[in-house]
Structures are given as structure tokens and as C-alpha cells.
Design a protein around this ligand. Structure first.
Ligand code: G
Ligand code: MN
Length: 372
């Protein structure tokens, strides 16, 4: 016995439609009857159905066309296609595309209809459960990999130079996360795994530890830019505790906060910002121009550095709109005493337009790739 469900029954034979309705209603289901494909799809646009029994030979749109549209509208709906004279190419096409869960040959007994529907629902549930188990196993494997990264020190920081415009003098490096774990290589995956398992603070601590090591190897006048995860800002005491390791180097350290996030807890962010700047750290807003949060983060943080996202830099020499946007951001930088960093510069043509516009600092493959 399956739970009570909402069923869409479609058949142009009114007598058969009544039989289906009665059989399924007796099973405790709520049945919506439709005599044509158009009626069926109108119903599917306004109500949710868990199951559908659809006759193939109905006036256009035929049963298969209804199935295809229904799958778009309600991908979770289990579908049974009933037919007397099966058009094999059409039906096998529907099966192969996954548009239909079961095919039922007409005429059929009431029992067969009930069994077929139950079978289809159970099969769908089993697949969903297996999928869930597979996903959680995958996440567990990734969690173990991340823990191994911490234990065996498999995470590293790659440094990418940030140069002064015009003079080309080295101003600083951005520290970018890299992993040497064979099955958790991508830094984005490392971060996603840490997010998923509430290990962002732990990852943040590891980055700070690595940053302290790298700071000791670069000249005193050179700064280090470190990316901070938005979640870290939401927990000021633990962030400040971690940053203690860099406190004596604070003047050399700039923390990058991505613009691609929402400020979820304004009070906590303000507190983090205040404590970090009191300790002597400077702040940068990263990815400006790419975030869905537009300029709100920028206005709120009032950073010492504004990093223009590389999507605005790419082909800036050929796209006047990008040029105007970057000009605006540079004006904003000057008006708010922030230095502007143009990120992701790859070509001489991009670099010369950016120099002309007057960005203060330049970063990108043209000047150096991140290296460990
Ligand atoms: O979000 P954030 O700006 O911190 O990301 C920097 C990323 O951009 C790094 O993964 C780095 O490897 C990459 N990157 C740095 N310079 C360039 C560049 O000139 N071109 C491209 N395509 N990517 C770059
Ligand atoms: Mn960054």
C-alpha cells in the first residue's frame, strides 16, 4: 500500500476514465480527471501531482507529448503510459528519455493498474534513497580527505605578485589556497567541503598558520593579502583569536573579503571589522563588480583596498562599457581613500588601459602566476 497521493488521470474514453477514478479513489488517492492533453497540462500547471496515468491515444497533444511537458512541469511525478496499440518508436523514445516510469498495455485489470503504480513509486523512492546515500558517502570521503590535509599538512599557499602601476615595483602578494591531496585538489572543493562540515574556522586557522610562515620568507616592506571566508567574519571572537598569530605583522597583512556574499549578520561583521582594524590589519573588498550583492559590501566595509574583479578587466581594451565602469570604481577609490587593485590582467593591452585609467595596483598572469 502506498500513501495517499494526488493522481492525474487522462483518457478520452469517459467510461474508462470513471473506472480509473473509482479504482484509485478506493485506494485512498485523490484523482483529477482530464479528457484531453490540453486539459491535463492546464491542471498540471496549477496543481501538484505525485502520479499520472495517461492514455497514449488521446487527441493532440498525445500521451507522449503530455508526458514530455509534464516532466518539465513536475519532474518528481511518477508516470504511467497506457495504450492499446503501442507505437513502438514513440514509446521507446519516451522510455529512453526517462519521460515515462511504466508502460501499461490496454486493456488492463484494476489490480494491474494498482500494482504498476505502486511498483513505479517504490522504484522511484529506491533510486532517490540510493542517490542520497551515495551523496553522503561522497561527502564523508571528502571530509576524511580534508582532515588528512590538516593532519599531513597538504595545504599550501601559492603567492601571486601585486605590482604598483607605472613603477612596476612589487607591492605585495595575494595568498591563494592550494591542495596537494590527490583526491581533493581543487581549492574550491576544499572550501566547499569545509563549509559543508562546519570546518571553515579550522581551515581559516590553517591559512593563518601558513601565512605566518610565508610572511617570514618575503621582504619586510612587502604585504600579504589573505582571503577570509565570510563565515569567519560572522564569528568575531574566534577570528580575532586566530589572527593573534599575525598580530605583530598586522601592518603587512591585508584581509580580502569577497563581495560575492551577503552580509548576513551586520553586527558581527562590524565587530570583526572594528577589532581587526584596531589590531592594525587592513581590509580589501575582493571581486568588486562580480558579486550579486552589488556594491553594498563595499559601502559597508569602507576598505583600504578595492579589488576589481577580473571579469571587468578581461578585454577592457575592446569594451568601452567596462572601461567606464572601471573608471567609476577608480573615482570611488580616490574619493574614499582606497587603493584600487585591478585583478586578472592577462595582456599588455589590458594593462595599458588600466594604467591610463589610473588604477593603483596591478595583479594577473601578465605579471606573475600564483606559485607555491
Ligand atoms: O576570488 P579571487 O580574486 O581571490 O580569486 C583569484 C583567482 O584568480 C585565483 O584562483 C587565481 O589563480 C586566479 N587568477 C589570478 N590572476 C589571473 C589571471 O590573470 N587570469 C585568470 N584567468 N585567473 C587569474
Ligand atoms: Mn582574492
Amino acid at each position: 500500500m502506498i500513501d495517499e497521493m494526488r493522481v492525474l488521470a487522462v483518457d478520452d474514453d469517459p467510461a474508462l476514465l470513471r473506472v480509473i477514478e473509482r479504482v484509485l479513489t478506493n485506494q485512498g488517492h485523490e484523482v483529477h480527471c482530464a479528457a484531453t492533453g490540453t486539459e491535463a497540462l492546464n491542471a498540471a500547471r496549477s496543481q501538484r501531482f505525485e502520479m499520472a496515468v495517461i492514455d497514449y491515444e488521446i487527441p493532440a497533444p498525445n500521451g507522449i507529448e503530455v508526458l514530455v511537458a509534464l516532466r518539465q512541469l513536475q519532474p518528481g511525478c511518477v508516470t504511467v503510459l497506457a495504450s492499446g496499440a503501442l507505437d513502438v518508436p514513440a514509446v521507446s523514445g519516451a522510455i529512453n528519455r526517462g519521460d515515462v516510469s511504466r508502460v501499461l498495455a490496454k486493456p488492463y485489470h484494476a489490480e494491474t493498474l494498482i500494482d504498476t503504480l505502486r511498483d513505479a513509486v517504490f522504484a522511484r523512492r529506491r533510486i532517490a534513497q540510493e542517490y542520497q546515500v551515495a551523496c553522503s558517502e561522497e561527502w564523508q570521503v571528502k571530509r576524511q580527505a580534508l582532515e588528512q590535509c590538516f593532519q599531513e599538512r597538504l595545504l599550501q599557499l601559492a603567492l601571486q605578485p601585486i605590482k604598483r602601476a607605472r613603477s612596476g615595483e612589487l607591492f605585495g602578494y595575494e595568498a591563494l589556497l592550494r591542495s596537494r591531496h590527490p583526491s581533493l585538489k581543487s581549492p574550491l572543493e576544499v572550501i566547499a567541503t569545509a563549509e559543508r562540515h562546519s570546518l571553515i574556522h579550522f581551515l581559516g586557522g590553517e591559512v593563518i598558520r601558513l601565512a605566518a610562515e610565508r610572511l617570514a620568507t618575503i621582504p619586510d616592506h612587502v604585504r600579504l593579502f589573505i582571503n577570509v571566508h565570510p563565515e569567519e567574519l560572522a564569528d568575531p571572537p574566534s577570528l580575532v583569536a586566530r589572527m593573534g598569530l599575525l598580530a605583530d605583522q598586522a601592518k603587512r597583512v591585508c584581509l580580502e573579503i569577497t563581495e560575492q556574499c551577503q552580509i548576513l549578520d551586520v553586527k558581527a561583521w562590524d565587530e570583526s571589522k572594528g577589532l581587526l582594524t584596531d589590531m592594525g590589519f587592513s581590509l580589501a573588498v575582493d571581486d568588486v563588480g562580480a558579486g550579486y550583492n552589488s556594491l553594498a559590501v563595499l559601502a559597508h566595509i569602507r576598505p583600504s583596498f578595492l579589488k576589481i574583479d577580473m571579469s571587468l578587466i578581461r578585454h577592457i581594451d575592446q569594451q568601452p562599457t567596462k572601461r567606464r565602469l572601471v573608471e567609476l570604481l577608480c573615482q570611488f577609490g580616490r574619493a574614499s581613500d582606497a587603493l584600487v587593485i585591478a585583478e586578472g590582467i592577462e595582456t599588455d593591452a589590458e594593462a595599458s588601459v588600466i594604467e591610463e585609467i589610473g588604477a593603483d595596483l596591478l595583479q594577473g598572469y601578465l605579471f606573475g602566476k600564483p606559485t607555491v
